[in-house]
Ligand binder design. Structure first.
Ligand code: NDP
Length: 279
């Protein structure tokens, strides 16, 4: 008799573009786990009720993406230390006692991708972080935990960069620079783009003095959204450039492992998705 598939989903708005159902289906095939995984569109007003209904009807776990990560954190009964630190969650899991657990694996997944796929060891690096939204926050905590020498945060809205710096509470290693002052900056070893400018097909105004041949440029966006920043990075002379597809795959793999207790192979999945994202 075939195993009964347990139910999982990704919630977002919009969500039709999500690669998560495909990734979880690939992982399920790889590992022989029987599961059902759907993309569910929920407006901000309907999010909490939609998720609760999903779990009440047997859903076992959910990924959560824009714009619901703070709402996912708020509706949970228990929260991991990482989620508490960030105030957002991208993974919800029903615990054996029925409570909903919230976790954030964005930062850890970015680091896993940097170390595993990109060959970037951030320890001791001077990092320029572009952006101060939710993803930048996860990236900044993860990079500081990983032992970077320092991080300079630049954001379109400088006040938000200051708010992020305050939350990081590491004055010795965290600086804020106004976007317009980047012009006078020196090169960084790692530049992380955690803005959503690329999603709007906007090219960030960045001077090439930020880069040299040993600079690694890492964009959290992927597919066409990563093209403007990656294009700038290549032109500016960065030694290596990476988009965020690998991070997305790592995020899905970490969720899969959390729910099913088995770690899927990410390389094959990444290869398959890379071909699509180039189109
Ligand atoms: P948020 O909405 O929380 O933050 C957006 C950030 O981008 C803010 O700092 C904002 O600046 C900045 N920004 C937006 N538009 C522009 C622009 N035109 N020029 C300059 N800065 C701009 O989004 P998230 O932090 O959640 O996501 C950021 C990006 O990271 C998205 O592209 C998302 O897809 C990607 N991401 C990728 C993941 C992966 O697995 N690969 C995981 C999570 C996120 P301001 O404060 O001034 O508005």
């Amino acid at each position: 008799m075939p195993a009964i598939a347990s139910r999982y989903a990704v919630f977002g708005h919009p969500i039709a573009h999500s690669l998560s159902p495909r990734l979880h289906a690939l992982f399920a095939t790889q590992t022989g786990v029987a599961l059902e995984y759907n993309a569910i569109d929920a407006t901000p007003d309907a999010f909490a009720d939609t998720v609760r209904t999903f779990f009440a009807r047997g859903g076992r776990g959910a990924n959560v993406t824009l714009p619901h990560k703070a709402a996912a954190f708020a509706l949970a009964d228990v929260r991991t230390v990482t989620a508490q630190r960030l105030g957002v969650a991208n993974v919800l899991t029903v615990l054996p006692d029925g409570r909903i657990d919230a976790d954030s694996n964005d930062g850890a997944s970015m680091l896993a991708d940097m170390r595993g796929r990109c060959g970037i060891d951030p320890r001791g690096s001077e990092v320029l972080l572009l952006g101060a939204g939710g993803a930048a926050r996860a990236a900044a905590f993860a990079l500081l935990d990983a032992g970077i020498r320092g991080v300079t945060i630049a954001n379109r809205t400088t006040e938000r960069a200051h708010a992020l710096a305050a939350a990081l509470a590491d004055a010795g290693r965290v600086r804020v620079v106004r976007w317009e002052d980047l012009e006078s900056g020196r090169p960084f070893e790692l530049i992380v783009n955690a803005t959503s400018a690329g999603v709007q097909r906007t090219t960030l105004e960045l001077p090439s003095s930020l880069a040299h041949a040993r600079t690694a440029a890492y964009d959290l966006s992927y597919g066409p959204a990563a093209r403007p920043f990656i294009g700038w990075a290549k032109q500016a002379g960065c030694g290596s450039t990476f988009d965020g597809l690998g991070m997305l795959v790592e995020t899905a793999a970490a969720s899969f492992q959390r729910w099913h207790g088995v770690r899927p192979h990410t390389d094959a999945a990444l290869k398959e998705l890379s071909a699509d994202s180039r189109s």
